[in-house]
Design a protein around this ligand. Structure first.
Ligand SMILES: Nc1ncnc2c1ncn2[C@@H]1O[C@H](COP(=O)(O)OP(=O)(O)OP(=O)(O)O)[C@@H](O)[C@H]1O
Ligand SMILES: [Mg+2]
Length: 313
């Protein structure tokens, strides 16, 4: 069975992408040809680094599709997408991120269009549409939780999920919706073995003027199973109920209570995610491009049992 390298769902003789997925990502249904290889990327990125304005530990480039030439160009200003090549020290990271983003999307979370594409050396890279650019490539203001809490990027692990939740409640234009989205993402990250959701991996984004302005929770980004590469990593980058490890459903419930999430709303979210098990497992099984999918499945199944086996909902 062939699956789409963007959404991870089945194809009907149209491979290797759904036309609709390409259209959503690039505004055209043609598959772009990437003329640079992973080895060219570093030097190209260095030429444009000052203008790129994207931080983070991984190598990444700000790019834009050239629709006329049907290519992807590395660019300083005017980038509309982020391209991440496969890092040598973390094999399969692009595939891992694409899969986790697809799982998040299947859970109804807001995920920017994304997909896997072949570089000139036949290695896969991950491309995601920037959510901080509008259709005219104007910048949309985004602030991450390190900035919003006045902490330096170096201290991005020295905080709690309670603190992130409080910031969402304080600044969001729709606090009661975003706080539920937040706790659903927290549970999802626990299930997928993501122990790297530090302060800079949560952001608020300026809402469009026609929806009343103000800030809201930014779409998901940097969702991946870090446990595959760092087996001894803490379960959670930020503390929950004072813990980074041996986290149970009681701790997430305590977080929801601290953030004054209505018990019924929390119970619904918790049960909804619990009910998605088979959908998640099918996406993992079908991700044939990802060599470590069995390992991800093991991690997911283990965390799923830990969370749901003794929970009161
Ligand atoms: N789709 C997107 N649109 C706009 N900005 C994004 C998007 N994805 C990521 N970013 C921004 O780029 C930064 C780096 O991206 P990301 O967190 O995915 O990379 P990373 O190098 O894996 O980060 P880390 O240092 O957490 O490992 C993020 O902190 C966020 O500010
Ligand atoms: Mg990050």
């Amino acid at each position: 069975m062939e699956i789409c390298l963007c959404c991870g769902l089945k194809l009907k003789n149209e491979g290797p992408y759904h036309k609709g997925c390409l259209q959503k990502l690039f505004g055209t249904a043609r598959i772009p040809v990437i003329n640079f290889a992973s080895s060219d990327l570093l030097s190209e990125i260095n030429k444009n680094i000052e203008k790129m304005s994207i931080s983070g530990a991984q190598i990444k480039a700000s790019v834009k599709p050239d629709i006329g030439k049907n290519t992807i160009e590395i660019t300083g200003y005017g980038g509309t997408h982020i391209l991440k090549p496969e890092p040598g020290d973390y094999p399969g990271l692009c595939q891992n991120e694409n899969l986790c983003m697809n799982m998040a999307e299947s859970a109804g979370m807001e995920v920017p269009p994304h997909g896997l594409f072949y570089l000139a050396d036949k290695k896969l890279c991950y491309i995601v549409k920037r959510f901080d650019r509008d259709e005219l490539v104007n910048k949309i203001h985004v602030e991450d939780m390190a900035q919003l809490s006045g902490m330096s990027p170096e201290t991005k692990y020295e905080a709690s999920l309670e603190k992130v939740g409080k910031i969402i409640l304080k600044y969001s234009r729709r606090p009661y919706i975003d706080i539920v989205y937040f706790i659903e993402r927290v549970i999802f990250c626990f299930l997928t073995g993501n122990g790297d959701m530090h302060l800079k991996n949560w952001s608020l984004i300026s809402a469009l003027e026609n929806s009343g302005g103000g800030y809201q929770l930014a779409p998901c980004y940097d969702f991946l199973c870090s446990k595959i590469y760092l087996p001894g990593e803490d379960e959670s980058a930020l503390t929950v109920n004072g813990k980074r490890n041996r986290i149970s459903s009681d701790d997430f419930y305590a977080l929801s209570q601290y953030l004054k999430i209505d018990s019924k709303a929390y119970e619904n979210s918790f049960a909804r995610i619990r009910g998605l098990k088979n959908i998640f497992l099918e996406l993992i099984d079908n991700a044939v491009y990802f060599d470590q999918r069995e390992r991800l499945k093991e991690i997911f199944n283990k965390n799923y049992s830990k969370l749901f086996a003794n929970s009161k909902f």
